[in-house]
Design a protein around this ligand. Structure first.
Ligand code: NDP
Length: 624
């Protein structure tokens, strides 16, 4: 390996040395327990952390009804699906969520400083349809939540919603060809179609250490912010912390937004870090009203597509979003294109290897910039060294914030770097890390959520039984089995909105919108053809699983080299990891694949009972 100049600093770095350093840092963090290292919110002693602190639930009678469509989840995915179904003429819809309103992530995550860090013009759903233009490039939590309510009102979703309600049982009835749905509020619903749209960030997890329930001070998880204790609001000014020693555990995307607020308000703040995040500049700016007035129909979809193609390594003449995400990927893809051009003439295996090396060098260069930025901001060299991330950029979620790093220059803020080991235990009065006890009054868990690696039914907290009583756990005993990530055999008329065996895009709502449109299409088509049920046939499901594994193997080496995180099942990569993964050719290719599948008109791979679905008979109503 040679060395390459750093664009920003002119300093040279050795790729070989960086590779060694990355491995050394990864190895410090690898743990035998993998995903099972965490405490689950299901544990009795932790369940109180999940209580809905915003709840205004009132007693109500159970609902007994027959409907066409049940949508489980009232976050952005459930809302997008409901809107696309209504547009397609399916109006008998019930939406159920344990939260007290629409919003999902943005209902729960109201911590001070919460904001999207994907540009709001592409992240907030249905902007074209609602005519709403966000107030700034990175909208804050309250605006994101209010937009959910706007969608709820505009598309008359409120009348269809049952809030403060958890579906706990889904059972397929093959005689009635309906799903029997039971909830914790005594509802009994029979639904022709069901979608589980439970979101990714709703089941809290906690560090796998002893003592969480012994702490005698105050503690809560970031997604259940306790303003009664901290005072202040989403903009900070947390008066209640003025005389408090506060600890935050975790330095992921949530903590990056929260730490500046805590640093400003707490008497003393201890930030317990296991792995530093990569933190780049965030180009905050208010919306330009002249630009907003000039937007024409279809602007949001065009902007979403432009962003998605760029961040997937493709070329666009114009970078419409122009932020940290596109900057990174433009950098990576431009380098890649050079090698792609030489691929036609050269030995393809050699060319593929060269492409990988080129992308890797671009990644090293980007991460050197991120680390250089740390040095340029942090005054204390020991703290600066601890805040530098040593892994490839896409091993963890990249973060963007202008105030996070400067917070560590404050005299009332201490970084407790655990050098990859994590905290050791929690006591009645504080936290032990690196063998040192830190006395605190308040512990804030920024320790994240159960992600795709965990069992789907458990994460959804629903017992799901399909044909002949088979449970989803049984059908997925060796890992998820789907067609396009959207439906699974033996679970007729059941759709899943998730990233498993589907595609992942940094702008998550883009993929949700594509899934919602696709599901609405499939449902309409099956109804038009008079199908009683739809589900994937065995061969199509198996083929898709094999496609996911085969393409997943292309990423396997990359994932193995990564520092542990939920991206790589905490470093324990197995065939199940690959099966749980994404479509390996990227989200633009996946979107194209779905589009071509629809246009073919065969509903290929789906069947009604044991018959294939035939061809499209008349033009569909949806504008796809
Ligand atoms: P994460 O899972 O990303 O972070 C959890 C943190 O807890 C990590 O820093 C982890 O360390 C740390 N941790 C876990 N166990 C221990 C331990 N024993 N000792 C010390 N530290 C520990 O959760 P977040 O809530 O930060 O983010 C979840 C996701 O939410 C993000 O990935 C992102 O997708 C989304 N998000 C998006 C935002 C946006 O603006 N769009 C804002 C906030 C969140 P380690 O890294 O070593 O595992």
């Amino acid at each position: 390996m040679g060395s390459i100049g750093n664009d920003t600093t002119e300093a040279a770095f050795s790729a070989a040395a960086l590779q060694d350093k990355y491995r050394e840092e990864r190895d410090k963090r690898l743990r035998n327990e993998g995903l099972s290292q965490y405490h689950s919110i299901e544990e009795d002693s932790l369940q109180h952390f999940a209580k809905d602190v915003w709840s205004t639930a009132v007693p109500r009678d159970g609902v007994h009804e027959e409907i066409d469509y049940l949508v489980i989840g009232a976050g952005y995915s459930g809302m997008l699906l409901s809107v696309r179904l209504i547009e397609a003429g399916i109006t008998s819809i019930r939406i159920i969520d344990k939260a007290g309103d629409f919003g999902g992530t943005w209902y729960w995550n109201r911590y001070p400083g919460a904001a999207c860090d994907i540009e709001s013009y592409i992240y907030m759903p249905l902007l074209d349809e609602t005519g709403y233009v966000p107030s700034e490039k990175y909208a804050r939590g309250p605006e994101l939540y209010a937009h959910s309510q706007r969608i709820g009102r505009q598309f008359e979703l409120y009348d269809r919603a049952l809030f403060h309600t958890e579906v706990d049982n889904l059972q397929w009835n093959d005689l009635t060809k309906r799903w029997d749905v039971r909830t914790n509020r005594g509802d009994h619903i029979q639904a022709r179609f069901v979608t589980t749209a439970g979101g990714l960030l709703h089941k809290l997890k906690f560090p796998g250490v002893d003592g969480i329930d012994h702490f005698k001070g105050h503690s809560f998880h970031t997604s259940r912010w306790d303003y009664a204790y901290t005072g202040g609001d989403c903009d900070g000014n947390l008066q209640g912390l003025r005389d408090k020693r506060v600890a935050i555990i975790g330095t992921g995307a949530t903590a990056i937004q929260l730490v500046p607020q805590l640093g400003r308000s707490a008497k003393h703040l201890y930030v317990f870090q296991r792995t530093p995040s990569s933190v780049d500049v965030r180009l905050d700016q208010p919306t330009n009203p002249v630009w907003a007035r000039g937007l024409t129909k279809g602007w949001q979809q065009r902007r979403m597509d432009n962003f998605n193609i760029i961040v997937s390594g493709g070329h666009q003449d114009e970078d419409q979003v122009g932020d940290g995400w596109t900057d990174i990927l433009v950098n990576l893809s431009v380098s890649g294109q050079k090698v792609a051009a030489s691929q036609k003439a050269a030995d393809p295996i050699k060319a593929a290897k060269e492409l990988q090396d080129t992308m890797q060098m671009a990644d090293y260069r980007k991460m050197e910039q991120v680390r250089t930025r740390v040095d340029s901001i942090i005054k204390d060299p020991v703290t600066a060294a601890a805040l530098k991330p040593w892994y490839n950029l896409m091993c963890k979620r990249p973060c963007f914030h202008n105030d996070y790093l400067p917070t560590f220059n404050r005299p009332n803020v201490t970084l407790v770097d655990t050098k990859g080991q994590g905290i050791e235990r929690i006591t009645e009065t504080g936290i032990v890390a690196n063998g040192v006890h830190h006395e605190v009054d308040c512990i804030i868990y920024a320790s994240g959520f159960e992600y795709v690696g965990s069992d789907y039914s458990q994460r959804m907290r629903i017992v799901m039984r399909g044909r002949d009583g088979i449970s989803l756990n049984e059908h997925w005993a060796d890992g998820p089995r789907t067609l396009h990530g959207l439906y699974t055999r033996n679970f007729p008329n059941h759709f899943i909105m998730s990233i498993t065996q589907s595609a992942v895009a940094p702008n998550f709502t883009h993929m949700l919108n594509e899934q919602a449109k696709h599901i609405a299409f499939v449902v309409c088509e099956s109804l038009k053809r008079g199908a009683a049920t739809i589900e994937p046939c065995e061969e199509a499901e198996e083929q898709w699983v094999q496609t996911i594994i085969r393409l997943g193997k292309l990423r396997e080496d990359f994932l193995r080299e990564c520092t542990p995180s939920y991206y790589n099942d905490e470093g324990k990569i197995s065939e199940k990891t690959l099966k749980t993964g994404r479509y390996g050719l990227g989200s633009p290719a996946f979107i194209q694949l779905l589009r071509e599948w629809r246009e073919e008109g065969f509903l290929a791979g789906l069947e009604d009972g044991h018959s294939s679905m035939g061809t499209v008979t008349e033009p569909i109503a949806l504008d796809l």
